[in-house]
Structures are given as C-alpha cells and as structure tokens.
Design a protein around this ligand. Structure first.
Ligand code: ADP
Length: 409
C-alpha cells in the first residue's frame, strides 16, 4: 500500500500510446473524444452549482451537489486517459477511477431512493391548474366578501335608523307623554278624593279604570325608557370586568326586597356562583328581571320557589334560574324574548320588555339565553351563558354534554 502511494506518479508501465502503435489518427480520436467529454463533464457541475445557488428554494439541493462531485470525478478520469497515452501513471489513474466509483455508488443509491419523492413533485401543469383554481377561489371569496360587507353596511345603516327612531320615541315618551300622564293620574286621583263619594258606583268604577289605565301607561313608558337606556348602554360596549355573580345576586335580591316579601318567595342557590366576565350593573339587571318574572308568574296558592345554579362548560358558565311557576308553552320559547311580546294579559302587570332586555345584555356579553319548560303549570328554567374568567387549570367538566342546547333564543 505504502509502495503504491510512493509510486503514485511513477511512470514505470508502458504508455497507452504504445498499445495504439502511436497511430496519429487513433491517438487524435482518443484525445479529441476524451478531451471533449472531460470539458463537458467540467462544465456540467459549474452549471449545477450556479443553478443551486440561484434557486435557494430548490428541494433536494444536496443531491445536486453529490451529482456535481460525481460528474467532476468522471471528467477527471477522461483527462487522465489523455495523459496516460504518453505518461503511464496508471496508479494515479486507477486511484481517480476508484474515487469516481466511490462517489457514483452513493449518488446512484440516493437517486433511486429519491425517485418516488421526485415523481410526487407537482408537474408544472398541475401547478398551473392549481394557480388557476386558487385565483378563481380568491376571486369568488373577494366577491363574497364584498357582498357581505355591503350587507353589513346596509344592516348597520338600517339598525342606525331604527336606533334613531327608538331614541326619538324615547325622547318623546320622556318629555311629551310622561308629564301629561302623571298630571292626568294626579288630577283624576284628586277628583276621586273630592267628588268620589258623591258619584254613582258605576261612575266610581269608570274613574278607577281611568286611574288604573293611566298608571299602567306610565309603567309602559317607564319600561320603554328602561329598554332604550339598556340598548344604548349595550351599543356603547359597556366595560367588562371580573364579576362575582354571588355579589350581583345579593344586590338583585336587595332591590327586589318588597316583591320577595310580597310573594313570600324562597330563593335558593343550588351551587356556588362563579366569578364571570361581564358588567356588574347589566348582570344585576338580568338576574333582577328573571327573579322578578319568577315571582310575577308564580302559581297561585303554591309556595314560590326559585333555584339558581351555575355549571361550567369549558370557556363558559351556564347560569340557570328555575322556578315552580306557571310555566311556558314551548311554542312561545322564542317569542317571549322579543320586545313588547307578552303571554299574559292585564291580570299580571308588565310591558314585555324584561326578557328582551335580558337577551340584549347577555348577547352583548357574548352569551346566549334560552328557556326550558314542560308547558303550563310545570315551572320554567331560564338558562344563560357567560364567559368564564380564563383559568389556567383545565376543568374536568369542560366537555359539553351531548345534545345540550346552548342557544334557544
Ligand atoms: P313582562 O313580564 O313585562 O310581560 P317579559 O319580557 O319579562 O315581560 O316577559 C315576557 C313574557 O314571558 C311574559 O309576559 C310572560 O308571559 C312570559 N314569562 C316570562 N317569565 C316567565 C316565567 N318565569 N314564567 C312564566 N312565564 C314567563
């Protein structure tokens, strides 16, 4: 081995030219063929290196490098074939052929392994089709987007118009209706005091109807004002913070003290109430309206029981207010959340905005509200969702039970 490398450049064999008997024609044929092949072999790797450097995105670039080395080695074997015509350095030539062989085997092996991936590369035709499809899809998406934007703009403009009309109505109610109404009630009451006893019973009843109607009218105007006030607050994105529902419920109960006393209602908290993301004033209004309805629509001669509970489902809490009141027919489950829609007559006071207010508030806080009832006389349960405060520890109950309805209204 050592001897081999010591004699690497030795010319102790017979020059290849002797085998060709120094025939000029044959010699030049070999020189020209090997020379041109070597030149081509040297140019190919240069082209490949240039190509790889220009196309940095290229897949399998290492394969191009290996291929380049292999071709360079091939070119050198042809160069050696020219040299050994005169100078028989066959050891050096053999060594170069050996290196070429070593580079060629892994190149061939890797190339074979690479074929499936290379075949899987999209053809230019596929890419062109893909581009056409994408361009079309983008165009359709853009049109859809424009259409959606146009609809949103129209709807916003319509809502703004409604809002303005409602504001005007509220303004008129407040300034032009309230005062004459109050005046009318007071005057009729005074009249009742002064001449009430002198009137016939049928006239007295008429007068009581006037007083009753005007005070109902006053309540409706007040509710209408309350409704427009909430709409305004909700429209103006009320500040959101962490709110303890336990505190909010206590405040709502405090505000309803008289009604609770009058109805002898038992309000029970079935579970601990959570801290949620919301607005304390608006949430108090929701609980207040639901509790007040549960008392208003209680069953006559049955102890009024109201149960409040909360359950967490992943990012939301579902708050439930269940009562044992008169219940609701399921076909009215959606309608009752619309403003000024009532299922009851004058026997129970109300103007039909309480649940519409709840719906507006809950939805403005990113939640839903709905009712469940098995019909008249079976009580009702109002559910609403509120966003939970982000909690880093996952909750075991965080999977929504199958078939559960989050939204009804
Ligand atoms: P209001 O109570 O002023 O009529 P709401 O918007 O609060 O207005 O309620 C709309 C209707 O839904 C009520 O008229 C009533 O018929 C029905 N309702 C609301 N809450 C209950 C309840 N807890 N039980 C039975 N019916 C209810």
């Amino acid at each position: 081995m050592v001897n081999f490398f010591r004699k690497l450049f030795a010319s102790d064999f017979m020059a290849h030219g002797f085998c060709l008997r120094w025939d000029p024609g044959v010699l030049w044929l070999h020189i020209a063929s090997d020379g041109l092949t070597a030149l081509a072999y040297y140019i190919i790797p240069i082209a490949l290196i240039y190509f790889v450097r220009k196309r940095k995105d290229l897949a399998f670039d290492w394969m191009f490098v290996l291929f380049g080395v292999f071709i360079l080695a091939c070119g050198t074997t042809h160069l050696m074939a020219i040299i050994t015509l005169w100078d028989p350095m066959y050891r050096l030539e053999g060594l170069i052929k050996g290196i070429t062989a070593l580079a060629s085997v892994p190149t061939a092996f890797l190339l074979v392994r690479l074929i499936p991936s290379a075949v899987a590369l999209p053809r230019p035709e596929d890419l062109r089709n893909e581009i056409v499809l994408r361009t079309r899809a983008e165009e359709q998406l853009r049109k859809l987007n424009d259409e959606l934007e146009r609809r949103v703009q129209n709807r916003t403009a319509r809502l703004e118009r409604y809002n303005d009309a409602l504001q005007r109505l509220a303004y008129i109610s407040n300034h032009d209706l309230r005062e004459p109404l109050r005046h009318m009630t007071t005057m009729t009451q005074l009249l009742q005091l002064q001449i009430g006893t002198a009137l016939k019973p049928s006239d007295r009843t008429l007068m009581e109807h006037i007083i009753d109607s005007s005070s109902r009218m006053q309540n409706i105007v007040d509710d209408l004002l309350g409704y427009t006030r909430i709409l305004n607050e909700v429209n103006e994105d009320p500040p959101i913070s962490e709110v303890s529902l336990r505190v909010v419920l206590a405040e709502a109960e405090d505000n309803l003290r008289d009604a609770i006393q009058e109805s002898q209602a038992h309000i029970l908290c079935k579970t601990d109430l959570p801290v949620v993301l919301g607005n304390p004033l608006l949430l108090r209004q929701v609980l207040q309206n639901l509790l007040s309805n549960s008392m208003k629509y209680r069953m006559p001669d049955v102890e009024c029981r109201i149960e409040i509970s909360a359950r967490r489902y992943g990012p939301v809490h579902i708050i439930s207010v269940r009562d044992n009141g008169v219940g609701i027919k399921i076909q009215y489950a959606d309608v009752i959340f619309e403003a000024f829609k009532r299922l009851h007559g004058r026997e129970i006071q109300g103007s039909g905005v309480g649940l519409a207010i709840c719906k507006n508030i809950v939805e403005s806080l990113g939640g839903r509200i709905w009712v469940e009832s098995n019909g008249e006389g079976t009580g009702s349960t109002f559910h609403f969702t509120l966003n939970a405060v982000v909690d880093p520890t996952p909750n075991p109950d965080s999977v929504e039970p199958e078939g559960r309805r989050f939204s009804k209204a």
